[in-house]
Structures are given as C-alpha cells and as structure tokens.
Design a protein around this ligand. Structure first.
Ligand code: GDP
Length: 444
C-alpha cells in the first residue's frame, strides 16, 4: 500500500540521520522532499499545504526532547500530522435511536459499493446486528444478481425487486426495502445505489431521491483509492450533490498512490470510516488513521519506540548528563547509567529493530548480542571509582586485573576503553544538541 510514497517519505529522513541539531535548512530540505512525494502521489494541493505548513511550524518550534534525537522528533511530527490529515481518531457508525438504522451507499460505478454492501452486512451481522441489503442499483444489468450472490456469501438477506415488479424504479425499491426491514425487524438497512462511470446529473438526482425516500442515518461515499487526483473532484461532486456523512476507501490493496486517501478528509471535511482491502468479503476493516500513518511511514513501530523512550528516560537525569557532556565530564559511571536506561527500554535488539533509519544497522543487528551489554557492564563494574572517572590511568596491569575481575579478556577491555573514548569525543562535540540514543558509546 502506497509503496512509492512510503519509500520517498522514508528517504527524506535520511539527511537527518546522525545530526545533533537541526537547522531550519535541514527541516526545509526534508519538508520539500515530503511535499514533492505527496504531490507525486496525487495528494490534493490543499492537503499538501496544510500538511507541510503544520510540520514546518511544529518542527521549528519543537522542544528539544530528552528521549529523541532531532531526526526522530521530525519523524514523530510527520507521523502526528499524517494522522491528522487522515482524520485523527476513528468515528463510529451512527445508529438510529429507534427503528432500523439506514445506511445508504453512494459512489461511481465500479467504486466497490455492491462489494461493500456485502462486507458491511457481514461485519454488522458478526457484531450481532440483523442487516438487510437493499438492491437499489437498477442501472447495471447484473447489479441486483451480484448483490444477491454477495448477500448469500455474507449470510445477509437481500431485498430486491421481483422481475417485472418495480423494476426501473430504484426509489420504490429503497422505500419498500425499508418498510420490509421494519416489518421483519431488521435493525440495519444497507441501500446499494447505482453509479455511473462519471458524475452526471441524472445519477445524482436519483441518489437524492433515494436519500429523501429513506432518510438515511449514514450516507457512505465509496471512493476507489486507485483513481488519484480525480478522486477529489468526484468527492466534491457527491458532497455537493447527495452529500455524505462518511467515506469508505476501497481498493487500498492495489497499488494506489495514496492521493485519494490523504486528500479526501481535508477536501471534504468528512471522516473515513472504513477501508476495503480486497475482493473478498473479509477484506474490510475500520479505518484507523494512526495505523494508516505508520503503514505509510513504514518505519517499524516508531511510536512504540518513542513511547518507550519517553518513559524510560528521566528528563532530569538526561539534563544532568547533557550538562556533564558539555563540560567534558562524561565518565564510565555515566555510561553505566545510560546503559541502565537503555535496558529499561527492553531488549536492545528489539529496540534497535524499532529505530527508524536503521537500514545498515539491521544487518549488524543479527550479530547484536544483548550479552555484549552484560560484558560491558561487567568490565565497568570491575573498575575502581578512580578508574571509572578517568580511564587514562588504566595501564597494562590495571587492565589485566579488570579483565580477570570481569571474566573477559584484556582485548575486550581495550576495545571498550577505545570505543568509550571515541564516543566521548563525539558526544561531547554534539552535546549542545542533547544526547542522542544513536550516540550511545559501546553500540558501534
Ligand atoms: P460498484 O459498481 O460500486 O457496486 O462496484 P463493485 O462492488 O461491483 O466493485 C467493482 C469491482 O471492484 C469488482 O470487481 C469488485 O470485486 C472490485 N472491488 C471492490 N472492492 C475492492 C477492493 O477493496 N479491492 C479490490 N482489489 N477490488 C475490489
């Protein structure tokens, strides 16, 4: 889903990697790339504008978070804004307070309405409702038959015009369908309506007449996610014509570029309620903006990481650490504390797996060993306080004593000291940008 868009947004984060602090120019470069990626994915201009200006504003005003490095902060902001333009939290279907709930489906021919009627019917039936499908699409020769077949698969009864009786009058079918639902005590009625290949007045008038006949609690506009820019015009035409209360995105399983999905909420102001992801009746789910956003960002479970990092890092501790780094006083004791914080974040391997932009590291990840951290800890614990405070005093005999004490070898002790010194230099030089997890020594 949205593979190209996803790749390009992920790529745009590359130039943030390893930066201790971001300049406005860094932010603008990334936002520029995201903007182009969105436009190429056919996202409507108003949605692109809203998105990029929000990201820019938040990125520039971002408080330096103790737990996240600047690149991660931008990713979090982009993620949050993606969720926003996708509609934020998911709205529930509105059910009628009394009598059957009427759900009317609208959209172009081929959008996936009839299929959706079956999916929604099945979904509602499984949730304990007793839906009735109503075949008011009399435009397409096979539509009624198609709905009957789908209804059977879904285990949901279908109200269809008898041949020769009421044929040609979809409004009557809708009306009699609703009456039938009332008398047979169905609690939900799903009315399938006709679509044309393009928006036309006659079709819209028919939809309006059906709407007025059955007074729906929900009008769901079914939007084929594959149709790109045109999606926006179609959505506007339906909004201004019959109107709708919710959107269903269909064919999200195809190689849709993302334009329809990312634009429809901003352009119409109406939330997306469901996603259709295949031809089978089970390929259907509630639409969750947050899950969609993380699929688009495709960077592992960034949010989980961010939440864990924010929990694990004690802001006060981190500030103290940053000050120490600034004064060039980072010692092995501080290093031990950092390791402890990382441990609190759970298995390091799992954590590294969740970090975005860890492409190359992922290869090394398979070789990464949590026990390595145990050995580092053992080595540091075998040092005296004076040694921890100043590794420069570690001569040969001290090193072999430490190796014996920690059950490691002198080579391992040397390796640790060397990496610590390199990391210390690096961290101190970027201390003003705050400590970053990527800069934790001993992780190379
Ligand atoms: P309608 O004209 O709006 O009623 O559209 P249909 O329900 O007849 O769907 C048109 C075509 O799209 C059919 O071949 C469906 O099987 C297919 N279709 C519907 N929804 C999806 C979906 O989510 N994914 C895929 N891949 N195909 C779908």
């Amino acid at each position: 889903m949205f593979a190209t868009l996803s790749d390009r947004i992920t790529d745009s984060f590359k130039n943030l990697k390893g930066k201790g602090r971001l300049t406005d120019a860094d932010i603008d470069t990334t936002i520029g790339e995201i903007r182009r990626a969105l436009l190429d994915a056919d996202v409507a201009l108003p949605a692109v504008r809203a998105f990029t200006s929000q990201v820019r504003e938040k990125a520039r005003g971002a408080e330096l978070s103790a737990a996240l490095n600047p690149g991660q902060q931008i990713i979090k902001i982009v993620n949050d804004e993606l969720i926003q333009i996708l509609g934020g939290s998911t709205r529930e279907l509105h059910f009628a307070k009394s009598g059957p709930t009427v759900i009317m489906l609208a959209g172009l021919q081929g959008a996936g309405k009839t299929t959706l009627a079956g999916k929604l019917g099945k979904w509602l039936r499984e949730a304990g409702h007793t839906p009735l499908l109503v075949a008011s699409d009399l435009q397409r020769p096979n539509a009624v038959m198609q709905l009957q077949v789908i209804g059977e698969q879904a285990g949901v009864p279908v109200w269809a015009p008898e041949p020769g009786n009421g044929v040609g009058n979809p409004v009557e079918v809708a009306r009699s369908g609703l009456a039938t639902a009332k008398s047979r005590l169905h609690d939900v009625v799903i009315v399938d309506t006709a679509g044309r290949l393009g928006v036309d007045e006659e079709m819209m008038q028919q939809a309006i007449d059906i709407r007025d006949a059955v007074n729906p609690d929900e009008i769901l506009f079914v939007l084929d996610a594959m149709i790109g820019q045109d999606a926006v015009h179609t959505a506007e035409a339906f909004r201004d014509g019959v109107g709708f209360t919710g959107v269903v995105l269909s064919k999200l399983d195809g190689d849709a570029r993302g334009g329809a999905a990312l634009s429809v909420r901003t352009v119409t102001g109406v939330p997306v309620l469901f996603a259709s992801t295949g031809e089978k009746l089970g390929d259907f789910e509630r639409f969750h903006a947050d899950r969609m956003a993380s699929r688009i960002l495709d960077m592992g479970d960034v949010l989980t990481l961010i939440e864990q990092a924010e929990k694990a890092f004690d802001e006060g501790e981190v500030e103290k650490m940053a000050e120490k780094l600034g004064r060039g006083e980072f010692t092995l004791d501080d290093f031990l504390k950092q390791l402890g914080q990382l441990r609190r974040m759970g298995s390091m391997k799992k954590m590294l797996g969740m970090l975005p932009g860890m492409g190359q590291l992922r290869d090394q990840l398979d070789n990464f060993d949590d026990r390595e951290v145990d050995r580092i800890e053992a080595i540091v614990r075998s040092m005296t306080p004076a040694e921890r405070a100043n590794v420069k005093i570690l001569n040969g005999s001290r090193r072999s004593r430490i190796a014996r004490g920690s059950g490691t070898t002198v080579t391992e002790v040397n390796g640790l000291v060397e990496r610590f010194l390199q990391a210390k230099t690096m961290m101190e030089s970027m201390a003003r940008g705050g400590p970053s997890m990527g800069g934790v020594p001993g992780m190379g």
